[in-house]
Write a protein that binds this ligand. Sequence first.
Ligand code: ZN
Length: 183
Amino acid sequence: MSSDEHKLVKAHPHSFCPWCASHLVKKLSDGRERLVCPNCDFIWYRNPIPATGAILCRDNAILLVKRKYQPRVGDWCFPAGFMEYDESPTECCIRELKEETGLDISITRLFWNYAGHDDPRSNAVLMIYLADIIGGKLIAGDDASEVAFFALDKIPSNIAFQAHRETIADYKHFVATGHLPGE
Ligand SMILES: [Zn+2]
């Protein structure tokens, strides 16, 4: 593990109340141990962060990006990223695709939702869309060091996250059967 990765592995839970700056303490709430403020009753509900990404398919090959930064530098994944506070999921997806691949996309439909429990930065909810390329020029941008289309039988073995591996498996099933996940 590199020193950079080490910084990400244990994202620090809050120590202080964001409202009154008192020291938070552990307390059972709704049957879970949560950090709560003994002074103003603030409860830190730790929620997963929403993220979105897209499956772009061209000539029976899907677009993946190689990660430029930690975690999982050098591993491949779908172009995807965390939602900004004021974005809708589809706005996030369109922005992330432009930033990471240079492509303009039109979203066709939601493919499926995935739980991300193996990213050291945070647990996540990954919403994956099916999308078409409508413009732009393919380049590795932002936090991608490479972008490439891969035939479904030639997907690299080093896929960065479990949710993305599940997406690939579900997409192969979709191509073979026409059934979306859950159908
Ligand atoms: Zn407080």
